[in-house]
Ligand binder design. Sequence first.
Ligand code: GAR
Length: 196
Amino acid sequence: MSFKKKIAVLGSGKGSNFVSLAKACADGTLPAEITLVISDVEDAKILDRAKEFGIPNKFINPGKYRTKLDATAETTCIKTLKDSGAQWVALAGFMRILKGDFLRAFEQKVINIHPSLLPAFPGLEAWKQACDYGVKVTGCTVHLVDHGIDTGRILAQGVVPVLEDDTSTTLHQRIQEEEHRLYPRTLARLFSNKIN
Ligand code: GAR
């Protein structure tokens, strides 16, 4: 009998956070199995990364809205995730808001990584918001997903200093390096009940 948690990953982009989770599952530092990767973007690199790891992956057409899944897509997504056996859902650059039925289907089991020290800079391109504001430190946050935008309970944060010559691109690169450390480590601590 396996005591590994079953997690699914949802992403819209290049999938570097998915890769950090998949590597941690493979080397045993994250006692979990990724059952499925879903993307709302048909040619998203995250789907290619999933194939490289031999993990089932699926594009789900999000429907007519820009910022959320339509009702059909949401139903399909929930069913596909449940059928995969996923107990937890890890968002990794998934650029749509999940609400209502989805959050009820995975109550307190949807986790997100956000590229700022929440509650500062919620929403899009948080690294650019940090650069434009002129903060001296920023970072990333792993949190539970609730009905708000980047508002759920904070599980862990990693700090990244903003350097004198940083551009939003170089800052995002360093935030991502911290994300790749923080996300697997936080899930491992969560699954072993080391986070209250
Ligand atoms: C990550 O930096 C993640 O924090 C961010 O998207 C990027 C995805 O990169 N997520 C958000 O901004 C969500 N609000 P990846 O596809 O390489 O993992």
